[in-house]
Design a protein around this ligand. Structure first.
Ligand SMILES: [Zn+2]
Length: 340
């Protein structure tokens, strides 16, 4: 479905507030995030219509794993620049928009990223920037509101909320008003409850963690690619079909390697006994020529040394199995001709 495109050159705010809506599907193990005006979002979730900026379904946990992290506080730097632009009033309007344009470019870039929290924060920032301009104490309100929204970005770089210690830090950073979040109960056409955030992501994160715990899912690191994912139990160690495929190929390779090793040993062993039996037969022959016996014994010794060396080369992959079988066949001919 084609989504709306947000315009960061807009100079007047639209009516209505843009919200971040999250629904989790317990059975399918997916998350769905819709970003749009509250009414449009509601329509999208209930009937599939509505014009929204984002409507994306991902594997459960994706939001938590890829959440915007901003240790350098780039969001706040752009916020300050926007705040500064408020001071450029008539006749410096031109300067105002020039300053704002720099930050709009930053927001546009974030808007185009794949990360839903960054997309929402970008839209919210521009809406708030336009909205607060006309308000009493606008610049201050703008700074406060946006800092509140950005707070988990800064923390997230260091703390992953599913780690116990991190959850404590995040919950400590929860301030008055942060916990304002709406819960849209399931309705006929929308069987899932939906948590809807406007001013802070923290309640969304805590809601998410709470649901994961309630459903008994486990945060795991994938044994193949190392990525974090949510598993139904501790026994699931691979994050995706892709990684399961990688592991199956690796298991087959190990199996083939073992099978090849066994085959080499078998070939070596039967060639050894071929020689051994010939020599024994010669020793038991009463009329055996001592010179011939000595020659076969000498050749057998040489064969044993060379066969072991070649076997190890094949195992290391420095020589092919065909080389080895050819060598064994030739030496069998050799002992046969010595016997005549
Ligand atoms: Zn993986």
């Amino acid at each position: 479905m084609n989504e709306l495109d947000y315009d960061f050159t807009r100079r007047e705010r639209d009516f209505g507030r843009v919200v971040f809506a999250l629904t989790l599907d317990h059975k399918k193990m997916t998350e769905r995030i819709v970003i749009g005006k509250a009414e449009e979002t509601r329509v999208r979730l209930e009937h599939g219509g509505g014009e929204v900026y984002l409507d994306r379904t991902n594997p459960l946990g994706s939001l938590l794993f890829s959440f915007e992290a901003d240790r350098e506080k780039e969001w706040n730097i752009n916020l300050s620049r926007l705040r500064e632009s408020y001071g450029k009033v008539f006749p410096f309007e031109g300067k105002r928009w020039k300053l704002a344009q720099q930050s709009a470019a930053f927001l546009q870039e974030k808007y185009q990223s794949a990360e839903p929290a960054a997309i929402f924060a970008a839209i919210r920032t521009w809406e708030e920037y336009l909205g607060c301009y006309h308000l009493k104490h606008g610049p201050q309100r703008f700074m406060e509101n946006m800092s509140q929204l950005y707070r988990p970005f800064f923390l997230y770089d260091e703390y992953k909320p599913w780690q116990e210690e991190a959850a404590a830090v995040l919950s400590k950073s929860l301030k008055d008003g942060d916990s304002q979040v709406e819960l849209w109960y399931p309705v006929k056409k929308r069987p899932f409850e939906c948590v809807v955030a406007f001013s802070s992501f923290l309640p969304v994160i805590f809601y998410y963690l709470h649901k994961v715990e309630e459903w008994g899912y486990i945060f795991q690191g994938c044994k193949v690619c190392g990525k974090s994912f949510l598993a139904k139990s501790k026994h699931y160690k691979l994050c995706s079909d892709e990684c399961r495929k990688v592991q199956a190929v690796e298991a087959k390779r190990l199996f083939d390697e073992n099978a090849k090793g066994e085959r080499i040993e078998q070939l070596h062993e039967s060639a050894y006994y071929y020689w051994y039996n010939r020599l024994r037969k010669l020793k038991r022959t009463k009329t055996a020529d001592p010179e011939r016996l000595a020659a076969v014994e000498e050749a057998f010794k040489a064969f044993r040394a060379e066969a072991v060396q070649m076997k190890n080369e094949v195992k290391r992959g420095d020589r092919s199995l065909t080389d080895f079988t050819a060598f064994l066949a030739e030496t069998q001919d050799e002992v046969d001709s010595l016997m005549e």
